[in-house]
Write a protein that binds this ligand. Sequence first.
Ligand code: ADP
Ligand code: MG
Length: 256
Amino acid sequence: MSLLKLEEVTKKFGGLTAVKNFSTELAPRELCALIGPNGSGKTTIFNMITGIYVPTQGKISFNGKEITAKRPDIITGYGIARTFQNIRLFQGLNVVENVMLGQHLHLHSNPVEATLNLPGYVREEKRMRLEGMRLLESLGMAQLAHDEPSALPYGQQRKLEIARALATQPRLLLLDEPAAGMSPADSEELMIFIRHILQTFDLSIFLIEHQMRVVMGICPRIIVIDQGEQIAEGTPEEIQNNNRVIEAYLGVADYA
Ligand code: ADP
Ligand code: MG
C-alpha cells in the first residue's frame, strides 16, 4: 500500500489554477523529487498535503486514511512533517531546544501543569531534552546542541530545520528546497544527510529542489510539473533526456 496518495488534486486561487489534476503516490521509505520552474505549483502541493491549503478538488490520503482538508496540526499528528523554503528557526532558543519544539506534539503533561512548572512537566522537559540530544546524536549534530541557531553556518541551520521536523517522528518528510542558497560543499553534505535519514528512520521523503546535482544524485524517481500540471515522471536519466522537460525546465536549471 502507498503511504501518500494524491488523486486528481486541483488548487485554484481566484482565476489562477496553481495545481491541476495532480495525482501521485509515494511508497513507504521512498525518496521522490518534485521539480519544475518557479511558480509551477510545487509548494502549493506541499501546502495541500499539510493542510495549509484546502484543495479545490481532489483527494489526499495518508496511510490509507483520507486527510483532505484536515487541520495542519492533525496532519502533523498523523505523521507528516515539513520544512519551509525560508528557514524558520527560533532565535533565543539553542539548537537542542529548537529540536524539542518539534517534540512538543508528543508532550504528555497538560499546558496548565507546564506553566505552573509542576514536577510532571519538569520530568517531561528532562525527557524531551534527552530525546532531543539523542536525535541530534543520531544525525551527527550533538556538538551543536548548545549553540544559538543564528550562530550556525547556513548549511547547519538547514540541517537543524530538518532535525526539528524529524522530532515529530514523521512517516513522511516534505523538504521544500533544502539546498537553496547552499554552496556546492554544503549541498554535498546535505545529500549525505538526506541519505543518512532515509537509512536511519522509517520514513518517506518528498523533495522539492532546484539544484539538479542534488536531485539527480539522490532521487531514484523524479516528478516534473509545469504550470500546475505533471509533464513527466521517471528516473534521473529519463528526466534528463525528456525533451518536454528540457524545454520547460532543464534548459535553465541549476546544475552548480
Ligand atoms: P513553486 O513552489 O513551484 O514556485 P507555488 O506553489 O509557490 O510555486 O505557486 C504556484 C502559483 O500559485 C504561483 O503563481 C503563485 O503565485 C500562486 N499562489 C501560491 N500561493 C498563493 C496564494 N496564497 N494566493 C494566491 N496565489 C498563490
Ligand atoms: Mg516553492
